[in-house]
Write a protein that binds this ligand. Structure first.
Ligand SMILES: Nc1nc2c(c(=O)[nH]1)N[C@H]1C(S)=C(S)[C@@H](COP(=O)(O)O)O[C@H]1N2
Ligand SMILES: [Mo]
Length: 307
C-alpha cells in the first residue's frame, strides 16, 4: 500500500528551517523576490492565514525531542528514543457511530481531497510548558462532513492505536490502554481544530503522533490525541484517558484557563520550551489566546465547574 502523500509543497521546500524563526522575513522574501513567485503558487492556500500566530516557532529539534506520548514511556525523552519502533504504514482509521458512511478508511483516503494547510499554533501543556508549532493538517470538520454526521450526534470520541509490541509503554499500566479522548461536536467542527499529518513541512514524526493526530490549540495538550485509529460519533460524552486516571485533576473540557489552577501546576503562567534557563515565564492567556475564536462555544457555562 502506498504511503499517504500528506504534505503538499510548504515553506520548508523553499526555505531552510532557520527562516521559520522569522515568518515575517519569509513573507517579505516571498513578495520581494520574483524567483520565488512560481514556487509560491504551490504553497498551501492559507499558509499565512488568519489562524496562525506570528510568534517564533520552536525548532524542529525542540518539538521532536521534548514530548508526552505515554505509549512509549512517561519521560519527555522516551518518545524520541522509542517511537521509531512504530509502523505507520499501512494505516487506517475506523470512523463509526452516528455517521452516514461508517467504515474503515485507508489514511490516503482520509487525507485525499482535504485542504492541507500550514497552521502555526501555540501549544500549551497542562504541565505549564508551551511551544509554538508549525503544523501541517486539515480541518477535522472537512472529514466529519465527508462521512456525514447524523443529527443525533453530540460528541466525537477518538482512540489511539493499541500495539504493545511496538509501543513499549503499553506494556506498563501508566494509563488504561488504548488512550482515548473526546470533544463536543461543536468543538470538533470548529475551524481551529485540525487533524495534523505533519510539522515543519514534513510528514509527522513518530514521537509527535504519526501518521495523524488531533490538534486542539485552545485546550491543554493532552486533548490533542496522537496516532489516531478510531473516530466515533456519539450522543453521550465519551470517556477521556486523563479524566479516567484522575477525575479531580482532569475534566472533560480542559480549556486552557489561567484562572483555574491544576492541583499540582499553576495555570497562570507558562515556560516556553527552549526559552533558556533564565527566560521569564509568560502569562497564560484564556483559551491559550484563541478566546476571540472559541469563547462563544462556552457562553453561559461555568468554566470552573466544567474544567
Ligand atoms: N496517544 C497519546 N496522545 C497524546 C499523549 C499521550 O500520552 N498519548 N500525550 C498528550 C500530551 S499530555 C501532550 S502535552 C501532547 C504532546 O504533544 P507533542 O509531543 O507533539 O508536543 O500530546 C498529547 N497526546
Ligand atoms: Mo500535556
Amino acid at each position: 500500500m502506498r504511503r499517504a502523500q500528506t504534505s503538499k509543497l510548504t515553506w520548508s521546500d523553499v526555505t531552510p528551517e532557520a527562516t521559520y524563526l522569522n515568518r515575517r522575513a519569509v513573507l517579505a522574501g516571498l513578495t520581494g523576490i520574483g524567483a520565488l513567485g512560481a514556487i509560491g503558487a504551490g504553497l498551501p492556500a492559507h499558509a499565512a492565514g488568519p489562524y496562525s500566530t506570528d510568534e517564533a516557532p520552536n525548532t524542529f529539534e525542540e518539538i521532536t525531542s521534548y514530548n508526552n506520548f505515554y505509549e512509549f514511556g512517561a519521560n519527555k525523552t522516551d518518545p524520541a528514543k522509542y517511537a521509531h519502533a512504530l509502523t505507520t504504514d499501512p494505516w487506517s482509521i475506523e470512523i463509526t457511530g452516528l455517521v452516514e458512511r461508517p467504515g474503515t478508511y485507508d489514511l490516503a483516503d482520509v487525507v485525499q481531497g482535504q485542504d492541507i494547510q500550514e497552521r502555526i499554533y501555540r501549544f500549551r501543556c497542562v504541565e505549564a510548558w508551551s511551544m509554538v508549532i508549525p503544523w501541517l493538517g486539515f480541518e477535522l470538520a472537512g472529514l466529519l462532513t465527508r462521512v456525514g454526521v447524523q443529527p443525533s450526534a453530540k460528541y466525537v470520541a477518538f482512540e489511539t492505536l493499541h500495539r504493545p509490541e511496538e509501543m513499549r509503554g503499553q506494556k506498563m499500566p501508566l494509563l488504561k490502554w488504548p488512550y482515548v479522548e473526546g470533544l463536543r461536536l461543536d468543538e470538533a467542527m470548529h475551524p481551529l481544530t485540525l487533524m495534523a499529518t505533519g510539522l515543519y513541512g514534513k510528514d509527522m514524526p513518530n514521537q509527535n503522533g504519526a501518521p495523524i493526530r488531533l490538534v486542539v490549540p485552545w485546550k491543554y495538550g493532552f486533548k490533542s490525541i496522537k496516532s489516531v485509529v478510531k473516530i466515533t460519533l456519539t450522543a453521550e460524552e465519551p470517556p477521556t484517558s486523563w479524566n479516567r486516571a484522575n477525575a479531580r485533576e482532569y475534566g472533560f473540557y480542559s480549556n486552557v484557563n489561567p484562572d483555574v489552577d491544576h492541583p499540582r501546576w499553576s495555570q497562570a503562567s507558562e515556560r516556553r520550551v527552549g526559552g533558556g534557563l533564565f527566560a521569564k515565564r509568560q502569562p497564560t492567556l484564556p483559551f491559550n489566546g484563541y478566546g476571540e475564536e472559541v469563547a462563544g462555544l462556552y457562553e453561559g457555562m461555568d468554566l470552573a465547574k466544567y474544567y
